[in-house]
Design a protein around this ligand. Sequence first.
Ligand SMILES: *Cc1c(COP(=O)(O)O)cnc(C)c1O
Length: 468
Amino acid sequence: MNPLSLLPSVDRLLSVAAISSLIDLHGRAIVTGVVREVLGAAREAVKQGGALPSEDALITRVGAGVTAKTRPKLRPVFNLTGTVLHTNLGRAPLPEEAVQALLTAARSPCALEYDIASGGRGDRDDIVNDLLCELTGAEAATVVNNNAAAVFLLLNTLAPRKEVIVSRGELIEIGGAFRVPDIMQRAGARLVEVGTTNRTHLKDFAESITSRTAMLMKVHASNYAIHGFTHAVPEAELAALAHQNNLPFVIDLGSGTLSDLSAHGLPHEPTPREAIAAGADLVSFSGDKLLGGPQAGLLVGRRDLIARIKKNPLKRCLRVGKLTLAALEAVLALYRDPDRLHQRVTAVRQLTRPEDDIRAAAGRLLPALQTALAALPVTIEIVALKSQIGSGSLPVDRLPSAGFAIRPQGKKGGVLNRIEGALRGAAHPLRPVIGRIEEGALLLDLRCLDLADEGEFAAALAGLRVSP
Ligand SMILES: *Cc1c(COP(=O)(O)O)cnc(C)c1O
């Protein structure tokens, strides 16, 4: 007898209780498609001489197939990489206030471009304009999709076919495809590089100003640092030189924390308020780096310049939606109370988390990790680690942290890759755990594991299956 005839039919499988409950959850179309795929694969395997799978095995495969097909691609993960503002993991986690504001805006119509007082048309930038002015000392503000867009838009508005003078030491590349010279060219501006990689002086700028100059620009060298024989022109001097020549002085600040984080034990990072006070006419910065908000590019500065930028038709292409504005407004509101930032803004809380606190979490979770890896030839230790801020913020500063180091017993390192892969657990239904392998150890930095998430993390460990 042909063994293929012993495979159940599509209709037979669809009528099994375990599978009809999948249909209730996900719909007939998806489940039927997976049943066909599973049966097709089984038929092929039997033709190749494989054993006939039991009906239970087929049902399990259908369950796994439906889970894989219906699981969202944008899954939450545990970021144990030690990089707090990890661009590939979505940068800053939002504070609860922002999450709530975002949900409310998502659910119902809201006054995005509507002036409730007059019943007339409003401007979406007005949602955060006053807060941004209050927090930075600027006259006006506008918001676009990210800081790269902000820089592009300001160049395209203020410097088309004109020259922008930048120090050679600041012609940076930010991860991915943001390179200052390329953005400049695409925006239609001409870059004029002055000074040298390590030293730039005021006279370098002064000698390069011509009738074609549109602005002097400073780019915060976010993701690298030059040490040794260096010189950069202080911002106030550049601003004065620009103003003597009737030119705007523009700063791309990159990270843009709104509060002096050195008050919370972090290294000092220049703020938009300081930049404006030093004479900058326009400052751009990211919403989702040290600020701890949603992805956005914020532009603050002189009212007339912001007004010109808002009139650029490209502003319409780069604007943000209501979800971003809702989250941004809520995060900015938290900055009105700088004393409690380190409790309320999630990114700031994670960045300022004391080492002792992280070490205590490691102590609580060690037994769960030991149990999960008990059968494997590895040692597990609680170790001191150094976290980094990430997103190109404060590149040379490291934050004392703690976590686990998993090392192979003996020389074979393959087991670490298997554990690392199992923790990522693309296949299992729990939240993937992302660590890093460094110098022969798998490191799990617990800085970004919130206390409230420890239970879920332990559950992910309990569900861990590592091939021996
Ligand atoms: C990060 C950064 C950017 C890009 O900002 P995004 O918000 O990621 O688009 C631009 N300039 C500087 C100086 C930066 O640090």
